[in-house]
Design a protein around this ligand. Structure first.
Ligand SMILES: *[C@@H]1O[C@H](CO)[C@@H](O)[C@H](O)[C@H]1NC(C)=O
Ligand SMILES: *[C@@H]1O[C@H](CO)[C@@H](O)[C@H](O)[C@H]1NC(C)=O
Ligand SMILES: *[C@@H]1O[C@H](CO)[C@@H](O)[C@H](O)[C@H]1NC(C)=O
Ligand SMILES: *[C@@H]1O[C@H](CO)[C@@H](O)[C@H](O)[C@H]1NC(C)=O
Ligand SMILES: *[C@@H]1O[C@H](CO)[C@@H](O)[C@H](O)[C@H]1NC(C)=O
Length: 623
């Protein structure tokens, strides 16, 4: 008894010492996979609402810069737009993990920088597409400890295969992936809390991503009966009429109407996704509880987000992502932590290029010591003072401008095997207070598409079809801005108006509203038009000229190995037996890592064989 109280006092003293030494804040980043914001999935996550939204900050205009897992994650980890990482897809030649390694970027990204700042860095879950049976033996660099899923078992929640730090992979038969990752996360979190260093813990379960094999989402068994009545929201853009659909750009205008079977499927997928998110919500609850129990919650930034959004029936697309529409690009983003006012919201736009600068800022690394190539800005001040201003103030004049880009086929599920090959586009989103647009330039025929998203939030009235004089003026401005944004880097991304007004004697412009003044008409009309020669599945400067400022394309090559030598990506056939029935039972809700480890076994030589049947992933679905 006495001993116990002595120990308790010592612990208390120790915690005081740590506080007085001002230990740097920890960061726990929980990333779901393919979670929508606009279809309301977050509202079904009770812990997310009660412990994060109510006690932290929600960013309502957080966007992915490329609505697909691998490009989005590399952008987050490198702090660069996809056109600067050139990791633009989930398989070769645009993507993926192999390209990330071969290009040298794996030696110089966020966890390395956090380590330099004194952090212990750990990762659990799905890393990038392309971590697979060919390359698991050398784990992704930068992490002090990493436990990763590998293809072909990366998005198979009922068939979990992982390696710990490059050790012989284990199968976690009898458990659901979300439960395995939760138990691992809790165990590592305790170790990190007990350690001396501040920590950066990145958690990446794959819920609610559809299972790669069955193409449907697989929740934990204990959640399969929840929310029996919910269905995909019937937003005004849900399966619209011919007259409306034909307004859309690119291949989207030609999508046939969804039949009853398609609608029923979208509804059941919506339900399964919300169910699958319950496992993520439980994980979040347990993480917060552990942080609190150990008195470190107040010195930890807990961030919740997803790699890209999702649509279900919007614009007639049954399920998927990869378009520039709001459902695919506006993503969940909630953070709580030191200095963040509880229950606050910010509508100032942000994206994943801003994550690395923000985390470095939290780590106390001063701006001069950040990597020179970061495209974004730190959001820390915005988080702490969410009232912050719109465009034209603060750090650069890019505040209302977002660049969203995509190369190559879109793996969405659309009726009747409809071709989606020409899904190469460059988009701009202007997200101002009273001025907001979605502007897309498509590869095929250089078609353009424009929505006024203040008046038309569901993106149905394409103003580029019959532009009036005022719209034509607007199109000139947007073309010029896209011309800069599609190849921008660092200070050019941050100050696009400055670049557009360089060499001009006209007054300074800081916002689109400023730029609309008629004194600028000739100036903006004189810029060359954005052009895309062919619909390619990867970035090719020859096909994407002109660039602005002239010569901007040179930067795209900097510090990068030519990746032309990389062969096609391989897709392996899963041969590890999957659970006979869906796992994630009620009894497993609090399964500990020790319990789970008892059911693991090493993969056999056959199961690990690199010679097993594979197909070349040159087309098809994206993950
Ligand atoms: C470029 O690729 C070669 C392999 O061909 C590799 O040895 C080298 O380290 C790579 N460069 C960088 C910067 O990673
Ligand atoms: C939509 O229904 C058609 C006809 O039954 C079917 O061929 C197609 O695969 C369905 N598509 C989706 C995405 O459900
Ligand atoms: C895709 O674009 C090419 C031009 O790059 C065009 O020839 C082809 O018809 C387009 N395919 C579809 C299905 O729109
Ligand atoms: C400004 O003018 C100089 C000299 O003519 C030229 O080299 C430069 O490319 C111009 N910059 C921009 C952004 O137009
Ligand atoms: C981007 O990747 C593609 C495909 O590997 C390659 O052809 C292209 O040269 C790369 N572009 C740049 C700018 O590095």
């Amino acid at each position: 008894m006495v001993l116990k109280s002595v120990v308790t006092s010592l612990l208390w003293l120790a915690s005081l010492c740590v506080t007085s030494a001002e230990k740097k804040p920890n960061i726990v980043f929980l990333l779901s996979d393919d979670q929508d914001r606009r279809l309301g999935s977050m509202e079904f996550m009770e812990t997310l609402q009660n412990e994060m939204v109510e006690k932290g900050l929600e960013a309502t205009n957080h966007f992915t810069t490329s609505a697909q897992c691998c490009p989005s994650r590399v952008t987050l980890l490198r702090g660069q737009a996809a056109h600067n990482t050139n990791v633009t897809h989930v398989f070769s030649p645009g993507g993926n993990y192999e390209k990330f390694m071969f290009s040298g970027q794996a030696n110089d990204y966020l966890p390395h920088w956090m380590k330099k700042a004194g952090y212990r860095t750990e990762y659990i879950g799905k890393f990038l597409n392309g971590v697979n049976l060919m390359n698991w033996e050398s784990p992704p660099a930068g992490w002090d400890h990493i436990e990763y899923l590998m293809e072909p078992y990366q998005t198979t929640p009922n068939n979990v295969v992982m390696s710990i730090n490059g050790e012989h992979p284990l199968t976690y038969h009898g458990y659901h992936q979300t439960d395995v990752i939760r138990a691992k996360a809790l165990s590592r979190l305790q170790t990190l809390i007990d350690g001396a260093d501040p920590f950066f813990l990145f958690l990446s379960p794959t819920a609610p991503h559809a299972d790669d094999e069955t193409q449907t989402t697989v929740p934990c068994q204990r959640h399969m009966d929840l929310f029996p009545k919910i269905a995909a929201p019937r937003l005004p853009n849900f399966n619209p009429s011919d007259g409306v659909q034909s307004n859309a750009g690119g291949w989207i205008k030609n999508i046939p109407v969804m039949n009853q079977g398609n609608v029923t499927w979208a509804d059941s997928e919506y339900r399964r996704r919300v169910q699958a998110l319950q496992g993520i919500d439980e994980m979040l609850a347990d993480l917060l509880e552990k942080l609190e129990e150990n008195n470190v919650l107040d010195n930890t930034y807990v961030v919740f987000s997803s790699d890209n959004g999702y649509h279900l029936g919007n614009h007639r697309m049954t399920a998927g992502k990869a378009t520039a529409f709001i459902e695919d690009t506006n993503i969940p983003f909630v953070v709580r932590g030191p200095g963040i006012p509880p229950g606050s919201k910010t509508s100032t736009p942000s994206s994943f290029i801003d994550m690395a600068p923000t985390f470095l800022d939290i780590a106390g690394v001063s701006k001069e010591d950040w990597p020179s190539f970061l495209d974004g800005r730190s959001l820390l001040q915005q988080w702490k003072d969410p009232g912050t201003k719109y465009a034209g103030t603060g750090d650069g004049n890019s505040f209302e401008v977002l660049n969203i880009e995509f190369w190559g086929s879109n793996g969405v599920f659309i009726p009747n095997g409809f071709s989606t090959k020409n899904n190469t586009y460059k988009s701009l989103r202007i997200v101002g207070e009273n001025v907001a647009y979605l502007y897309t330039h498509w590869c095929y025929s250089n078609e353009i598409e424009l929505y006024n998203t203040v008046d038309d939030p569901y993106e149905l009235q394409n103003l580029a079809l019959n532009p009036d004089a005022e719209t034509k003026k607007l199109l000139d401005r947007l073309n010029a801005m896209l011309l800069v944004q599609k190849s921008c880097s660092t200070n050019v991304c941050q100050n696009p108006w400055t670049v557009l007004m360089a060499n001009s004697t006209l007054p300074v412009v800081n916002t689109l509203k400023d730029a609309m003044h008629s004194i600028y008409d000739d100036h903006f009309a004189a810029f060359p038009k954005v052009n895309i020669v062919r619909c390619l599945g990867f970035q090719s400067t020859a096909d994407e000229a002109p660039f602005w400022p002239p010569g901007a394309e040179e930067y795209l090559y900097e510090n990068k190995n030519s990746t032309a030598a990389l062969g096609p990506s391989r897709k392996f056939k899963p041969i590890v037996p999957e659970n006979e029935t869906p796992q994630g039972t009620k009894e497993q809700r609090h399964a500990t890592l020790e319990e789970i480890m008892q059911s693991t076994r090493k993969l056999t030589a056959d199961e690990l064989s690199k010679d097993q049947e594979y197909t070349i992933r040159s087309s098809g679905r994206s993950s």
